[in-house]
Design a protein around this ligand. Structure first.
Ligand code: ZN
Length: 241
């Protein structure tokens, strides 16, 4: 997309740009393009009135220079739990040449989201990967001898799993969910390489019948259904302005 974007080059078909951001570099104003821009709004007496937020935005910035930005990474900062309507969000966005940070949120419950954009990036400030060891102990215990497996059998397997996880780069874990009240925490199942290593270890440590029962749980439940991994990642904003 050449810079600056001329207003006349923005086609009427918004679906191409759905979700993208228009950034007026002359006055640092921002608008997120949405198909809802063209939705009619009904007055109290039922009369439809044509409101078009995009046209209103363009009208307010006639002759100004624009950049068209799209979200450029999965990096995300949230001020509150995602379900909180007052949550403020920061994303990375780019026009293919430069990096920007988009932030958005509401000033009160009844108002629409307001967007701000400025040159910058989101940098990982800290991250850690943890195994939910208690959940793994519970799974092994219930698989072998419900509520009666000796610690001497469980602990070495938990420690083996912890060591295996420590060798995996944090971006190799595939999130399946996030913690409900803390979106900085992504939940993931065991990656295939850890599952393979754990299966080998169970065969070495347990009699065949027990190893077989564990193999089913490790290969299916811990690979796909029970997210034992917590990846906590916190970002900070680096302003490039
Ligand atoms: Zn402007």
């Amino acid at each position: 997309m050449p810079y600056p974007v001329a207003l006349g080059r923005i086609p009427p078909d918004l679906s191409t740009f759905n979700g993208a951001f228009l950034y007026c570099t002359d006055c640092s104003a921002a608008h997120r393009i949405s198909q809802n821009d063209r939705s009619p709004i009904y007055l109290d007496d039922g009369t439809p009135t044509s409101t078009d937020d995009l046209q209103r935005f363009l009208g307010a910035h006639v002759e100004h220079r624009f950049r068209l930005l799209r979200r450029s990474s999965d990096a995300e900062m949230l001020s509150h739990a995602r379900w909180d309507p007052m949550c403020r969000v920061a994303w990375e966005a780019s026009d293919g040449e430069s990096d920007f940070v988009v932030t958005f949120g509401r000033t009160d419950l009844g108002s629409p989201r307001q967007y701000t954009i400025f040159p910058g990036r989101l940098l990982v400030e800290n991250e850690c990967v943890e195994l939910d060891a208690e959940a793994l102990r519970r799974v092994i215990d219930e698989t072998l001898y419900p509520h009666a497996a000796p610690e001497s059998k469980i602990e070495p397997l938990v420690e083996f799993c912890q060591r295996a996880i420590a060798t995996i780069p944090s971006d190799r874990f595939e999130p399946v969910d996030e913690e409900r009240d803390n979106p900085s925490v992504q939940l993931a199942c065991l990656p295939p390489s850890v599952v393979e290593a754990l299966l080998g270890e169970t065969r070495r440590r347990f009699p065949a019948s027990e190893a077989e029962r564990l193999a089913q749980v490790v290969g299916d439940d811990l690979r796909r259904d029970i997210p034992l991994i917590r990846v906590t990642r916190r970002y900070r904003i680096q302003s490039l302005g």
